[in-house]
Design a protein around this ligand. Structure first.
Ligand SMILES: *[C@@H]1O[C@H](CO)[C@@H](O)[C@H](O)[C@H]1NC(C)=O
Ligand SMILES: *[C@@H]1O[C@H](CO)[C@@H](O)[C@H](O)[C@H]1NC(C)=O
Ligand SMILES: *[C@@H]1O[C@H](CO)[C@@H](O)[C@H](O)[C@H]1NC(C)=O
Length: 492
């Protein structure tokens, strides 16, 4: 009863927003929620699960890696509480649940030598419970938790890891494919490559800022393409699903829209972020500006080759056109300003060589990288639609961090405004966005920020051994949006 009174209050608040679309979402639009294995599951060594790079990163020499010295050993305990997660999804009324499979839960050392049936069963039970409640599983194969054994084998720097990934993908398609329509191979490969292999802030913690991220992206793209071809050749005919790699992008706006230098800097920053993965997937090769700049800088720094790996013609053909749909993660955008060429040791940052800012007028979250600019999502969707013509797009992540308050008006406003931007992109601009999985279903382990930044529409009490879940204001608002397909108290 209480919940309905609250919804009424929220109606009144939300109805005053003049900038929010008052149109209905199309009947075919699918609402959902998202999470990822290491961030929610816990059960890190249960029932035969092997060690992955996050377990390893945070079990040894841990101090300073995570702000609150925490880890994902228990997290939201979804390894035991998955039925409650399904109940919450059902009550929200959503039709999509995006989650990831923990590679080392299925293959303890990452290789196909030993398949852990208990790990398979965990995901089969989850998938079947979702389907029984009319919820489509949207499965990510890799959300940053490489089996430790494969990391010691060179991880995402070793091209052979792409074969191990392909073997793992095949096992997942065989076991879960009959129930799954949407697969994401790798979530935001650049986050792992830049933060994990260049900045050293995420597992496996390598500081290889001159070239680690380029090699990692190269291997990730090969891995994705191998998995896509396996699906295409061995499973698509019977299973009829779609396979994609997720891009994390934002609109890159020239700081001074009238400055040709700022326009060029903004475009370069866009291509060396979004285009770094998008270009190979849709056109076969790295963006030309990346190829040219890194080759020139490498030469200047006495390298007899480019620090950016070169694709063979065969690889270009193999990678091109391997997205059946686009899982797109959008959080924020940037203002980009031209900078004179910096000098210093070779690095990704010098390769890009631009200044980025958030506009002061964009509301700030609890994360220093995240400000709210919903118009940026509409700008980005139009750009991606025009450049890549990706067919179906799912907004696979979009969300807001705060300190965990139950009356999370900041998150509610962010979700409302971003859904409005999506709706306008669909109705006014003809962009084919078919679904939205909000990040995140519940508060979880936010990597190097531990449990200090909260993204959930549902609160998790991490001090309580039961990991009690409590709905926040944003969850109640979202439940109403899902039920009415309307962002305000009335639509037309
Ligand atoms: C432990 O971490 C510190 C700082 O992160 C690093 O300098 C040191 O080399 C690490 N030691 C080992 C044994 O990995
Ligand atoms: C920041 O946003 C304000 C309000 O939308 C706008 O007037 C201003 O031009 C923006 N600043 C920059 C540098 O883009
Ligand atoms: C839009 O996406 C839907 C799936 O939701 C697909 O069936 C349709 O073909 C797509 N339309 C275009 C024009 O790509």
């Amino acid at each position: 009863m209480k919940r309905y009174c609250l919804i009424l209050v929220l109606y009144l608040i939300s109805s005053s927003r003049a900038d929010i679309s008052n149109k209905y979402f199309p009947e075919s639009f699918q609402f959902g929620a998202a999470g990822a294995a290491y961030q929610i599951e816990g059960g890190w060594n249960e029932d035969g699960k092997g060690e992955n790079i996050w377990d390893h990163f945070l079990h040894y020499n841990v101090s300073g890696k995570v702000v609150d010295d925490s880890n994902g050993d228990v997290a939201c305990d979804s390894y035991h509480k998955w039925q409650e997660d399904v109940d919450n999804l059902k009550q929200l009324g959503v039709k999509l649940y995006r989650f990831s499979i923990s590679w080392s839960r299925i293959l303890p050392d990452g290789t196909p030598y030993q398949v852990n049936q208990k790990g398979i069963d965990y995901y089969l039970n989850l998938i079947k419970a979702l389907k029984q409640n009319g919820i489509e599983p949207v499965i990510t194969l890799y959300h940053w938790d490489l089996p430790q054994h494969l990391s010691e084998f060179g991880g995402w720097l070793n091209p052979q890891i792409s074969d191990y990934f392909a073997a793992y993908a095949r096992i997942c398609f065989e076991n879960f494919g009959p129930y799954v329509k949407y697969w994401t191979t790798i979530n935001e490969p650049l986050s792992t490559c830049v933060i994990g292999y260049a900045q050293g802030l995420h597992a496996p913690g390598y500081y290889l800022i001159d070239g680690g991220m380029y090699q990692c992206a190269y291997v990730s793209l090969l891995a994705h393409a191998k998995a896509w071809h396996i699906y295409d050749e061995e499973f698509r005919a019977q299973q009829g699903g779609k396979v994609g790699i997720s891009l994390a992008c934002g609109a890159q706006l020239p700081f001074d829209p009238n400055s040709a230098q700022d326009q060029e800097a903004a475009e370069r920053n866009y291509q060396m972020g979004c285009g770094w993965v998008g270009n190979p997937i849709y056109f076969g090769n790295w963006p030309q500006v990346m190829i040219d700049r890194i080759a020139a800088k490498s030469k200047q720094d006495n390298y007899p080759f480019s620090r950016l790996p070169e694709f063979t013609q065969e690889e270009i053909e193999f990678i091109k056109g391997t997205n059946d749909f686009l899982p797109l993660n959008y959080y924020t955008s940037a203002l980009v300003q031209y900078a004179d060429e910096w000098t210093g040791a070779p690095s990704y940052w010098l390769d890009i060589n631009v200044q980025t800012f958030a506009n002061e007028s964009w509301p700030k979250s609890a994360s220093d990288w995240l400000t709210s600019y919903p118009e940026g999502l509409r700008i980005l969707l139009n750009r991606i639609n025009k450049d890549y013509n990706p067919g179906e797009i799912i907004i696979a992540e979009n969300g807001w961090s705060d300190n965990g308050e139950l009356d999370d008006q900041g998150r509610l406003t962010y979700i409302q405004a971003h859904l409005s931007a999506i709706l306008e992109s669909i109705l006014e601009d003809g962009v084919n966005v078919s679904g939205y999985t909000v990040w995140s279903l519940m508060d979880n382990f936010e990597w190097a920020e531990g449990y200090t930044q909260r993204f959930g529409i549902i609160k998790v009490d991490f001090d309580d051994p039961q990991r009690t879940r409590t709905w926040k204001s944003s969850a109640k608002y979202y439940q109403n949006v899902v039920a009415t397909r309307c962002l305000l108290d009335q639509c037309q």
